[in-house]
Design a protein around this ligand. Structure first.
Ligand SMILES: Cc1cc2nc3c(=O)[nH]c(=O)nc-3n(C[C@H](O)[C@H](O)[C@H](O)COP(=O)(O)OP(=O)(O)OC[C@H]3O[C@@H](n4cnc5c(N)ncnc54)[C@H](O)[C@@H]3O)c2cc1C
Length: 390
């Protein structure tokens, strides 16, 4: 059998793609190395969370996944910094009281997606299978999974940062070195996070405090130098809590309990082409990884999926989905958006890393001026929500 689509990687982006393609009637095989499992830390929460944008929420609703989640909505975001007295607040008041975003646990989204996949007859999930090789032929592609082969008209590489699909087709990729590793955990404070998404720019990198449904418990995403991240990971829990209280200036009271900590290296990369070979399209982290400081990686990956589905809805019915001319235009659009986002993240990091007194003064003055400018803030919020013009 030749499937319409083989999706490699059943993470957030690949699973969503398989659901939406299945719902459009395509025959889909989803190849995933590890069956996703729901994970709970000591607070009953996954250590990994993501801030889901309103645009992504709409997409998850159309996939029939959103209703199974327990998201924590936030209507305000507050950014401040270690050096100086600048403060930037984004509030839903500017947007007729709509949510700015929703904090969701990664493994809960995956669990809901895989539940949904199981209900779609024309989607077959092959878990415990690793893509080892890929050969592109004139009328289909053949995927070698170690001991078995699968054929499809189109291969979607959604297999993450170290994508085998990307390397198999020798897709040219530009890697941008970042100075950071990122530490994720869950912390309980004596005070409340007030349902606000907080971010403080420290000299070494930003620390985000993202609300959970318990007003005293927050997800921590802390970007910093590798050595520092490893030190914080290994330090005993009381010492870690003391350090969190100190860097956050006890804004949420005292950090009195924390879960264990996980550390990820932060890379940024971008492929030259999202359509690097006939019959192969790359999506999500396989195509582009952005610094997690603005919580955009999964959202922009979901945007890749939405852009792909938009093409297919207009073109339906498609007899050979791997041969559409539209993949070139798709790639061009996704490259443009990805470059914008990667540049924005690098500039934001550089902006706060500069410690010269004059620069700090200019930065503080400019950010306070921005905080008073409702028009620009509204534009920025709409872009972050995935509902802007860019
Ligand atoms: C600490 C942290 C915080 C973040 N916070 C946010 C946030 O707030 N908002 C946001 O939008 N983004 C956030 N991100 C980014 C987001 O998590 C990623 O962009 C997103 O998970 C990428 O999804 P993906 O499906 O493209 O890749 P992945 O999640 O990496 O999934 C790839 C899948 O492919 C499978 N796979 C790999 N190789 C093979 C193979 N050869 N054969 C078969 N299967 C294979 C893997 O097992 C995996 O399941 C954060 C990232 C980090 C590290």
């Amino acid at each position: 059998m030749i499937y319409d689509v083989a999706v490699v990687g059943g993470g957030l982006v690949g699973s969503l793609s398989a659901i939406l393609l299945g719902q459009l009637g395509y025959s889909v095989v989803l190849i995933e190395k590890d069956q996703p499992v729901r994970t709970f830390g000591e607070f009953g929460l996954d250590l990994r969370s993501i801030a889901v944008s309103p645009a992504s929420k709409i997409l998850l609703e159309s996939a029939g996944v959103w209703g199974s989640l327990n998201p924590t909505p936030y209507k305000e975001m507050c950014v401040w910094e270690e050096l100086g007295a600048s403060k930037l607040t984004f509030s839903s008041e500017i947007l007729e009281d709509q949510e700015l975003g929703f904090i969701c646990e990664n493994s809960e989204i995956l669990e809901a997606m895989w539940g949904q996949l199981g209900s779609i007859d024309n989607v077959e999930c092959l878990t415990g299978n690793v893509l080892e090789n890929l050969q592109v032929n004139p009328d289909h592609a053949t995927l070698s999974l170690g001991g078995r082969e699968v054929s499809a008209k189109l291969v979607l590489g959604a297999d993450g940062t170290h994508s085998k699909v990307r390397s198999a087709v020798l897709a040219e990729t530009k890697t941008l070195v970042t100075r950071h590793h990122v530490l994720a955990t869950v912390v309980q404070f004596s005070g409340s996070h007030a349902g606000v998404a907080w971010q403080k720019f420290l000299l070494d990198g930003p620390i985000a405090v993202l609300p959970s449904s318990n007003s005293h418990v927050a997800f921590i995403v802390w970007s910093q130098m590798e050595k520092q991240a490893e030190r914080l990971k290994k330090m005993d829990r009381d010492a870690f809590c003391q350090e969190v209280t100190a860097v956050l200036e006890a804004r949420f009271g005292v950090a009195n309990r924390c879960d264990h900590r996980v550390v990820f290296p932060v890379t940024q990369h971008l492929v030259k082409n999202f359509y690097p070979s006939p019959r192969v399209v790359l999506l999500g982290d396989a195509a582009r990884v952005i610094h997690p400081l603005a919580g955009l990686g999964a959202n922009i990956g979901f945007e890749d999926v939405a852009a792909m589905i938009d093409i297919l809805v207009v073109k339906r019915p498609v007899s050979d989905i791997g041969k559409l001319h539209d993949w070139k235009a798709f790639s061009k659009n996704r490259i443009r958006k990805s470059k914008l986002m990667i540049q924005a993240m690098s500039r934001l990091d550089d902006l706060y890393a500069n410690t010269s007194p004059l620069f700090t003064l200019i930065r503080n003055t400019s950010i306070n001026a921005l905080d008073r400018n409702k028009f620009i803030k509204k534009r920025l919020i709409l872009e972050a929500q995935g509902l802007g013009f860019l």
